[in-house]
Design a protein around this ligand. Structure first.
Ligand code: GZL
Length: 375
């Protein structure tokens, strides 16, 4: 312990052997007082200072965002879009949590956000089911929840204020209608289509919607849907799944991949098995259909390795942010907000597809279009 005597004014004080001149006296006195309070006092002053620090209310709107993981290029683009929208410059304080594709991690994150008394909770759920309890806790805490990207399957829709994402069943229907139109233009009998499905994470809205559309189209058009298995939206798992499909079936001519990273894995497996990917299925090429239209996915579309890439827009940050601004301004918001999405190919034989009474143009990908895209 430093032995020192406090003194005032013209006296000097010694801290150990050191001699402190008056000119520094005030400074050292403040330091000594603070230290003194720490050593001898009740730590009230220092504690007040700490207390003041903890009491400082955060600037702006406090957001707790539970992101499901970082499994794909799409997810990376989605995270970047959300972080850019909820930046300090835009008037937000963002608590971000990566759930590493585990629902239990996301539930823990939501409970942490409730304890932190955030103003809003954003949830990008890894799968649709299992959210009632924790969303009820958020509701009981008076914290509005906005669902981002995939959907939650809850009986009580008041457990979330809104959802922003894609129509996954429509995405699948567009991809399948493009294939149906392609077979007609090329005079390929539907019974000659032998298709395998590398699914996304089982239980995710995107997987449920895209798989359902494929099953409906295969039944309606008379395609042979040989097998379905989850590639978990990752390149590595999809490569493994595609390898097993190739060992089991020798007549595969179409692969329906539920995201670009799975398409990359499927292409690796097909090429390492000595086969060729492309649209000329009548001459032994294996056609790849994919989703997400990431830069890497559209690059493979431009070079003909992916025959059709169906857009799934990850840039949801601005839409979610504008929704929060509406809530802050007391405006009513839509319960579900879908984002606009297109389909991309290099094959010019199909220029338009129709689903119901709606026509969807096919965007023929070019380097300029690729360069102009933000993800
Ligand atoms: C779709 C999203 C899916 C993407 C995958 O909105 O949930 O999850 O298609 C991502 O790339 O992993």
């Amino acid at each position: 312990m430093t032995n020192f005597k406090t003194s005032r004014y013209n006296e000097t004080i010694s801290l150990g052997d050191g001699i402190v001149k008056k000119s520094l006296l005030c400074l050292s006195l403040v330091a000594v007082c603070l230290l003194g309070v720490v050593y001898f006092g009740s730590v009230v002053k220092v504690d007040d200072a700490i207390q003041l620090e903890e009491d400082v209310t955060p600037d702006g709107i406090v957001i707790g965002f539970s992101q499901l993981g970082a499994e794909s290029d799409w997810r990376t683009a989605n995270t970047e879009s959300m972080k850019a929208a909820f930046s300090e410059e835009n008037g937000y304080e963002l608590f971000f949590d990566d759930g590493q594709q585990k629902q239990e991690n996301q539930i823990m994150a939501i409970r942490k956000f409730i304890l932190q008394e955030v103003d809003y909770i954003l949830l990008a759920p890894v799968k649709e089911t299992g959210w009632e309890t924790v969303l009820q806790e958020a509701k009981d805490a008076g914290i509005p929840v906005i669902i981002v990207d995939r959907m939650v399957d809850v009986a009580d829709e008041s457990l979330y204020v809104s959802w922003v994402g894609s129509d996954f069943e429509l995405e699948g229907a567009k991809a399948c209608e493009w294939l149906n139109t392609y077979t007609k233009v090329k005079n390929i009998p539907p019974e000659e289509i032998h298709i395998v499905n590398i699914q996304g994470t089982i239980g995710a809205s995107a997987q449920i919607g895209r798989t359902a559309s494929l099953e409906t189209a295969a039944r309606k058009n008379g395609w042979n849907l040989l097998a379905m298995k989850s590639g978990e939206y990752t390149q590595a798992k999809a490569r493994e799944v595609m390898g097993s499909f190739l060992r089991k079936y020798d007549n595969i001519n179409v692969v329906y991949c539920e995201n670009d990273n799975e398409a990359f894995g499927a292409i690796e497996a097909i090429e390492s098995a000595g086969r060729k990917v492309g649209s000329d299925i009548q001459n032994g090429e294996i056609m790849i259909l994919s989703f997400d239209t990431t830069k890497a996915g559209l690059t493979d579309t431009l070079n003909g390795k992916i025959a059709l890439d169906t857009e799934c827009n990850p840039l949801l940050g601005p839409r979610v942010e504008s929704m929060i601004q509406k809530i802050e301004n007391g405006e009513t918001i839509e319960k579900k907000v879908y984002v606009e999405e297109n389909i991309f190919s290099t094959d010019k034989s199909v220029k338009m597809i129709s689903i119901g009474n709606t026509g969807y143009p096919v965007t023929i990908i070019t380097q300029d279009i690729l360069d102009s895209r933000t993800y």
